[in-house]
Design a protein around this ligand. Structure first.
Ligand code: AMP
Length: 535
């Protein structure tokens, strides 16, 4: 049977791994021998004639091609353009974010609108090719990880990205669950263990509290900050240097994109160096050539203590989400047996000190934080393929599900973090005399008003018996199964008459849209493969 690969499709970087019977999961590096791939896609030249670059190649040309270089497409996948954090991302992104006809957030390259599913599919296709090079065999199936808080649209949109990339997404797995699997959290000892997965990547921070018992993984609560990540630490350093260069030479580097690109690279290297050294030196010869002025050669030393002082405010932002997650899970730091580190930025010593003070214990550092999620996805693929011992993964509903009441009110029925599968009932009555139908609108979200939540669908029950307002009673049954499929049934109690809807998640693209994109990709691939015809 062909193997199933595990993919960590990250906001900043992605990674692919496979499970080998006997030796366990390993990262697949492809012929370029890269362990992680930047989740960056760049369109060069005109969309229909230019090339699509992925990963390091795309990142390298980002400074000179900012409008056609898409970073962080994971922030847009399955999202509406009017969502608050999409808006704040759009304000700082160098490329254009536009609204698709259905209100989804898409990007626009030159005049072409492109769905984030298509953008992400290029990263998936690249990882798939990397896996095929390493394994020497075709790969068509994958387990792909997503943050635990991703809603159904975001999960479905991720699946759709896989379809476009020619991958059958066997399972969508929560990132903290993948990390816990890779750390072998289920093998430590029998009995219930509570663990925290602290994931600080390049662009986002996620904290999850999980329980692991008898090979059952359960995400108890998740929290985080979608606008906090390693990039912010880089930015603090860049701003510090831009200011100090301005003070010394009266040169404003922010208007020199090439110099800013070099500073960004240097800031990230310095930050990484400061994770293992107590000081480092920035050396950037010919950073800027002012008009008529001498070229600027910059050399700056920075110590770890100075760097920590510059970024103290960022560090402070790590604690509140951790406390909120513990509170949602009904647990205290003393209940947490182990803290697992995920995400490259969790390598910074100051971050590890913060983790230790929040959870009153040092974090486990046994695994490589850049690769642990992909390794866990591969371990899960191994379980699915029957190569590994059985482990069951249990999930929770990432959002509250409820109905519209009055003109804009929201009444919760299934609360966030309920363990799946879950079923809840709600009774209500007609509010008009001789009302002959009811229509119930179903929403998901944490706001008290439907305007802040997302509509999932509606169920209509007609042919109600005649009666005074308040006398005809309807029971609503809301079920979310283990695959997160939601069904809603409305039953009139005196007659037993009922209506039901099954709400299958939509990632924003219809089946027709998907087929069209897949077909277009196929023709593009064929025209590239075919030798040019002679006239
Ligand atoms: P991820 O999204 O998990 O790949 O994490 C990427 C982030 O981790 C980037 O901001 C990297 O600069 C950062 N990172 C990687 N290695 C280190 C390190 N040794 N020290 C500090 N940050 C790092």
């Amino acid at each position: 049977m062909a193997r199933i690969i595990g993919i960590d499709l990250g906001t900043t970087n992605s990674c692919v791994a496979v499970f080998e019977s006997g030796s366990g999961p390993r990262v697949l590096t492809g012929s370029a021998h890269v362990r992680t791939t930047p989740s960056v896609v760049a369109y060069t030249g005109e969309r229909n004639s230019g090339e699509v670059l992925v990963g390091e190649k795309a990142l390298r040309q980002a400074v000179t091609n900012p409008k056609r270089t898409i970073l962080g497409s994971k922030r847009l996948i399955g999202r509406k353009v009017n969502a608050k954090d999409v808006g704040s991302f759009a304000r700082t992104a160098p490329f254009r974010i536009v609204s698709a006809p259905n209100g989804d957030a898409w990007v626009r390259v030159d005049d072409t609108p492109i769905s984030p599913q298509e953008v992400a599919s290029h990263v998936l296709r690249d990882l798939r090719a990397q896996a095929e090079q390493s394994l020497g065999e075709p790969v068509t199936r994958a387990v792909v990880t997503v943050p635990a808080y991703f809603d159904e649209s975001q999960r479905q949109a991720t699946r759709d990205a896989g379809t476009i990339a020619g991958l059958d997404i066997y399972r969508i797995l929560n990132e903290p669950t993948a990390a816990a699997l890779a750390y072998g959290a289920h093998r430590v000892r029998a009995g219930r263990r509570i663990i925290a997965v602290f994931d600080l990547g390049g662009g986002t921070f996620d904290i999850s509290i999980m329980s692991v018992e008898n090979n059952v993984f359960e995400v108890l609560a998740t929290n985080g900050d979608s606008a906090l990540g390693g990039d912010d630490w880089d930015r603090a350093l860049i701003e510090h240097w831009v200011d100090s260069i301005f003070d010394e030479y009266r040169v404003d580097l922010t208007s020199d994109p090439v110099a800013m690109g070099r500073l960004k690279e240097a800031a990230e290297s310095a930050k990484k160096a400061l994770s293992s050294e107590s000081s480092t030196t920035l050396q950037l010869p010919y950073l800027h050539a002012g008009s008529g002025a001498k070229p600027l050669h910059i050399e700056r030393k920075i110590t770890r203590n100075e760097f920590n002082a510059l970024t103290a405010d960022l560090l402070d932002r790590l604690s509140a989400p951790c406390y909120r997650a513990m509170k949602d899970a009904g647990l205290a730091a003393s209940d947490i047996e182990e803290v697992l580190l995920v995400g490259g930025m969790s390598r910074a010593p100051a971050v590890q000190v913060a983790v230790e003070s929040i959870f009153a214990q040092p974090a486990s550092k046994a695994a490589n934080p850049d690769e642990v999620v992909a390794l866990g996805a591969a371990a899960h693929a191994g379980i699915l393929a029957g190569d590994d011992e059985e482990a069951t993964l249990l999930d929770v509903a990432p959002h509250t599900i409820g109905i519209k009441v009055g003109s804009t009110g929201f009444a919760a029925i299934i609360t966030r973090n309920s363990m799946l599968p879950v079923r809840e009932h709600k009774l209500f009555a007609t509010n008009l005399d001789d009302q002959d139908f009811v229509e119930v609108e179903i929403y998901q979200g944490e706001s008290e008003s439907i305007t802040g939540n997302r509509k999932l669908g509606q169920v209509r029950l007609g042919g109600l018996p005649r009666g005074k307002a308040g006398t005809v009673r309807i029971k609503l049954t809301v079920t979310v199964d283990v695959e997160s499929i939601l069904s809603v049934k409305a039953t009139e109690l005196s007659t037993g008459k009922s209506a039901q809807v099954r709400i299958t998640p939509s990632g924003g693209l219809s089946e027709g849209d998907l087929e069209e994109i897949v077909e277009k990709r196929r023709t593009e691939a064929m025209s590239v493969a075919r030798p040019p015809e002679d006239d």
